[in-house]
Design a protein around this ligand. Structure first.
Ligand code: SF4
Ligand code: SF4
Length: 152
Protein backbone atom coordinates (compact mmCIF):
# COMPACT_ATOMS: atom_id res chain seq x y z
CA UNK A 1 0.00 0.00 0.00
CA UNK A 2 1.23 3.51 -0.82
CA UNK A 3 2.33 5.72 2.09
CA UNK A 4 -0.57 8.15 1.67
CA UNK A 5 -3.14 5.33 1.94
CA UNK A 6 -1.78 4.22 5.30
CA UNK A 7 -3.27 7.30 7.00
CA UNK A 8 -6.72 5.94 6.13
CA UNK A 9 -5.96 2.97 8.36
CA UNK A 10 -5.92 5.09 11.52
CA UNK A 11 -9.27 4.57 13.24
CA UNK A 12 -11.20 7.37 14.92
CA UNK A 13 -10.02 6.23 18.35
CA UNK A 14 -6.38 6.18 17.20
CA UNK A 15 -6.04 2.45 16.64
CA UNK A 16 -3.93 1.64 13.60
CA UNK A 17 -6.02 -0.98 11.81
CA UNK A 18 -3.13 -2.98 10.31
CA UNK A 19 -1.88 -3.54 13.88
CA UNK A 20 -5.16 -5.17 14.90
CA UNK A 21 -4.85 -8.92 15.30
CA UNK A 22 -8.32 -9.47 13.87
CA UNK A 23 -7.50 -7.55 10.67
CA UNK A 24 -4.23 -9.48 10.54
CA UNK A 25 -6.39 -12.62 10.36
CA UNK A 26 -5.63 -14.17 13.76
CA UNK A 27 -9.17 -15.51 14.28
CA UNK A 28 -9.53 -16.65 10.66
CA UNK A 29 -6.14 -18.41 10.80
CA UNK A 30 -6.89 -20.03 14.18
CA UNK A 31 -10.17 -21.44 12.82
CA UNK A 32 -8.45 -22.69 9.67
CA UNK A 33 -5.71 -24.24 11.75
CA UNK A 34 -8.21 -26.05 13.96
CA UNK A 35 -10.17 -27.32 10.95
CA UNK A 36 -6.99 -28.55 9.23
CA UNK A 37 -5.70 -30.26 12.35
CA UNK A 38 -9.00 -32.07 12.95
CA UNK A 39 -9.18 -33.06 9.26
CA UNK A 40 -5.57 -34.28 9.22
CA UNK A 41 -6.63 -37.02 11.65
CA UNK A 42 -9.85 -37.65 9.73
CA UNK A 43 -11.88 -36.86 12.87
CA UNK A 44 -14.23 -34.54 10.95
CA UNK A 45 -15.53 -37.65 9.09
CA UNK A 46 -16.23 -39.75 12.19
CA UNK A 47 -17.74 -37.32 14.69
CA UNK A 48 -20.93 -39.43 15.14
CA UNK A 49 -18.78 -42.43 16.17
CA UNK A 50 -16.58 -40.28 18.40
CA UNK A 51 -19.65 -38.91 20.17
CA UNK A 52 -20.00 -42.33 21.86
CA UNK A 53 -16.99 -41.35 23.95
CA UNK A 54 -17.57 -37.61 24.08
CA UNK A 55 -21.29 -36.76 23.80
CA UNK A 56 -20.70 -33.07 23.01
CA UNK A 57 -19.22 -34.10 19.64
CA UNK A 58 -22.68 -34.90 18.32
CA UNK A 59 -23.03 -31.13 17.99
CA UNK A 60 -19.99 -30.91 15.73
CA UNK A 61 -21.95 -29.79 12.65
CA UNK A 62 -23.27 -26.83 14.66
CA UNK A 63 -19.74 -26.07 15.80
CA UNK A 64 -18.70 -26.01 12.14
CA UNK A 65 -21.39 -23.41 11.50
CA UNK A 66 -20.03 -21.36 14.40
CA UNK A 67 -16.52 -21.60 12.89
CA UNK A 68 -17.94 -20.41 9.55
CA UNK A 69 -19.60 -17.54 11.41
CA UNK A 70 -16.36 -16.55 13.11
CA UNK A 71 -14.57 -16.39 9.78
CA UNK A 72 -17.46 -14.47 8.24
CA UNK A 73 -17.56 -11.90 11.02
CA UNK A 74 -13.85 -11.60 11.82
CA UNK A 75 -12.10 -12.94 8.74
CA UNK A 76 -11.78 -9.92 6.53
CA UNK A 77 -12.07 -6.57 8.31
CA UNK A 78 -12.14 -3.65 5.85
CA UNK A 79 -10.73 -1.18 8.49
CA UNK A 80 -12.44 1.37 10.73
CA UNK A 81 -12.97 4.08 8.11
CA UNK A 82 -14.50 1.54 5.75
CA UNK A 83 -17.01 0.37 8.35
CA UNK A 84 -15.04 -2.51 9.94
CA UNK A 85 -14.85 -3.19 13.66
CA UNK A 86 -17.85 -2.90 15.99
CA UNK A 87 -20.81 -1.91 13.80
CA UNK A 88 -22.19 0.04 16.79
CA UNK A 89 -18.91 1.69 17.81
CA UNK A 90 -19.86 4.81 19.78
CA UNK A 91 -16.44 6.38 19.34
CA UNK A 92 -16.70 6.26 15.55
CA UNK A 93 -20.27 7.55 15.59
CA UNK A 94 -19.37 10.41 17.93
CA UNK A 95 -16.18 11.46 16.14
CA UNK A 96 -17.94 11.39 12.77
CA UNK A 97 -20.82 13.41 14.12
CA UNK A 98 -18.35 16.03 15.38
CA UNK A 99 -16.44 16.00 12.11
CA UNK A 100 -13.21 14.94 13.79
CA UNK A 101 -10.76 12.82 11.86
CA UNK A 102 -9.71 11.30 15.20
CA UNK A 103 -10.63 11.83 18.84
CA UNK A 104 -7.30 13.62 19.33
CA UNK A 105 -9.08 16.72 17.97
CA UNK A 106 -11.70 16.56 20.73
CA UNK A 107 -11.46 18.73 23.84
CA UNK A 108 -13.50 16.21 25.86
CA UNK A 109 -11.25 13.22 25.26
CA UNK A 110 -9.62 13.27 28.71
CA UNK A 111 -12.95 12.67 30.45
CA UNK A 112 -14.68 10.71 27.69
CA UNK A 113 -15.96 7.32 28.82
CA UNK A 114 -16.66 6.14 25.28
CA UNK A 115 -12.97 6.07 24.55
CA UNK A 116 -11.97 4.36 27.81
CA UNK A 117 -11.52 0.85 26.31
CA UNK A 118 -9.37 2.32 23.54
CA UNK A 119 -7.47 4.87 25.61
CA UNK A 120 -4.09 3.32 24.90
CA UNK A 121 -4.60 3.74 21.16
CA UNK A 122 -5.90 7.25 21.68
CA UNK A 123 -2.90 8.20 23.83
CA UNK A 124 -0.37 6.75 21.40
CA UNK A 125 -2.01 8.65 18.54
CA UNK A 126 -2.32 11.87 20.57
CA UNK A 127 1.37 11.72 21.47
CA UNK A 128 2.46 11.05 17.89
CA UNK A 129 0.17 13.71 16.43
CA UNK A 130 1.75 16.36 18.65
CA UNK A 131 5.01 15.71 16.84
CA UNK A 132 3.87 14.91 13.31
CA UNK A 133 0.90 14.38 11.05
CA UNK A 134 -1.39 11.39 10.71
CA UNK A 135 0.50 10.02 7.71
CA UNK A 136 3.77 9.96 9.66
CA UNK A 137 2.01 8.28 12.58
CA UNK A 138 0.56 5.64 10.24
CA UNK A 139 3.92 5.03 8.58
CA UNK A 140 5.61 4.63 11.97
CA UNK A 141 2.90 2.18 13.05
CA UNK A 142 3.27 0.26 9.77
CA UNK A 143 7.02 -0.08 10.41
CA UNK A 144 6.20 -1.61 13.81
CA UNK A 145 3.62 -3.95 12.21
CA UNK A 146 6.18 -5.02 9.59
CA UNK A 147 8.44 -6.05 12.48
CA UNK A 148 5.64 -8.15 14.01
CA UNK A 149 3.69 -5.71 16.21
CA UNK A 150 0.11 -6.68 16.87
CA UNK A 151 -2.56 -5.54 19.31
CA UNK A 152 -4.68 -8.11 21.12
S1 SF4 B 1 -14.44 0.82 15.11
FE1 SF4 B 1 -14.29 2.09 16.95
S2 SF4 B 1 -12.86 1.00 18.30
FE2 SF4 B 1 -12.60 0.17 16.22
S3 SF4 B 1 -10.91 1.39 15.35
FE3 SF4 B 1 -12.85 2.37 14.77
S4 SF4 B 1 -13.18 3.94 16.33
FE4 SF4 B 1 -11.67 2.51 17.13
S1 SF4 C 1 -16.49 12.71 22.98
FE1 SF4 C 1 -14.60 13.17 21.87
S2 SF4 C 1 -13.13 11.64 22.60
FE2 SF4 C 1 -15.18 10.88 23.11
S3 SF4 C 1 -15.79 9.58 21.41
FE3 SF4 C 1 -16.58 11.62 21.00
S4 SF4 C 1 -15.02 12.62 19.71
FE4 SF4 C 1 -14.07 10.84 20.70
Amino acid sequence: MEGSGLADLVGYCGLYCNACGIRQGKIRDAVENLRNTIASYGFDKIMPELSQWEPSLKHYSQFEKVMDGLVKLFGDCPSCLQGGGDPNCQVRACAKQNNYRTCTECGEADSCEKITPYRKYYEDAAKALKQGDIREFAEEMQRKVDKGYSTP
